[in-house]
Design a protein around this ligand. Sequence first.
Ligand SMILES: Cc1cn([C@H]2C[C@H](O)[C@@H](COP(=O)(O)OP(=O)(O)OP(=O)(O)O)O2)c(=O)[nH]c1=O
Length: 202
Amino acid sequence: MTAAAKPSEKTGLILASASPRRLQLLEQIAIIPAAVIPADIDETPHAGEKPKIYAERIAAEKATTVYREHAGHVILAADTVVACGARILPKAEDSDTAIKCLKLLSGRRHRVISGISLVLPCGKQYVKSVASVVAFKRLTDAEISGYIASGEWDGKAGGYAIQGLAASFVRFMSGSYSNIVGLPLFEVAGWLHTHLKETDKP
Ligand SMILES: Cc1cn([C@H]2C[C@H](O)[C@@H](COP(=O)(O)OP(=O)(O)OP(=O)(O)O)O2)c(=O)[nH]c1=O
């Protein structure tokens, strides 16, 4: 991620994220944050932590971490988790992890849960989560190795990105598509419509 930009106006929205997808999703609904400032936090799940609780906790921590340095702004943060039953799949940072995730997801249904959090200039914080369901076809070894060669798994929760080649693995999905990519736009737009000042509204 490039160096964080400085917030351009007092009440401007700060997107607390290093994810280019989240910025693109906001831009898709005509919201241009005044600044994009990633939050560097420990994302290790607690022992036995449920996926929804985890996604909400991490989104809230990202938002409060950036708010601490930029109090007086509106801060938006999110965390996207791929969950197989009660199990939280890792964000794939190497090909072995991505292969393990894809083998686990092959031929199964899973949930993609995004926690989202908004902190208002006064410090009031909102947290919620949105869940979508995705069913993968049964993947052959050739499909898995072809996908690994693409590199599209890198940095993605559960080792895949629905917005790329992995779309051809998806037999079925229900719920919010933007939620799977990293930011549930219906819920975020609702929050921002209510809480951003008139000139910043979507
Ligand atoms: C399941 C899935 C995840 N993802 C991405 C969204 C997130 O960027 C990433 C999950 O990791 P996150 O920890 O949610 O986000 P991040 O580390 O990329 O960015 P930040 O914490 O700074 O906001 O996986 C996709 O792009 N497509 C998908 O289909």
